[in-house]
Design a protein around this ligand. Structure first.
Ligand SMILES: [Zn+2]
Length: 143
């Protein structure tokens, strides 16, 4: 899914008109389109759907995020992370904090075998659900 960094509106890929831009700013390279909401001048970025509620919650509260990944079923390792511009006061259980980012501690899926996708999917859901719960419990950032 796609998220406007400014108004936090969620878009389907069919609702955006990609406009890729050249930039030395890595963060800007990931912006894929202008927000189509009336009176919003924000840019739209792609966000993994499972982690999207967490990203919206964090940004709403002023804990501005830069990059993230929910982790993916078909990857060899679990790579769930969020990079921050403003780092929150706590980090979620089972996550490490380094270089302005939180990373899921264990890189290993509980089931190493691809055929057992149900276990892997449950694990990814658990991780992303815990992340969302943590984000809901965070205070709003004071200026
Ligand atoms: Zn917008």
């Amino acid at each position: 899914m796609y998220l406007c960094k400014e108004c936090l509106k969620v878009f389907d890929q069919y609702d955006i008109n990609p406009s890729y831009i050249n930039s030395d700013d890595v963060e800007v390279i990931y912006e894929e389109a202008d927000c189509s909401s009336i009176s919003c001048t924000g840019r739209v970025v792609k966000v993994d759907e499972m982690i999207l509620p967490t990203i919206i919650e964090l940004n709403k509260k002023g804990w501005i995020t830069k990059f993230c990944c929910s982790g993916h079923l078909y990857n060899t390792y679990i790579d769930t992370y969020i990079y921050f511009k403003n780092t929150p006061p706590t980090i979620p259980d089972n996550f490490d904090f380094r270089d302005d980012a939180i990373y899921y501690k264990s890189k290993k899926f509980n089931s190493s075998s691809r055929p057992n996708n149900l276990k892997r999917l449950n694990q990814l859901f658990d991780i992303n659900r815990e992340l969302y719960k943590w984000a809901i419990g965070l205070p709003i950032k004071e200026n």
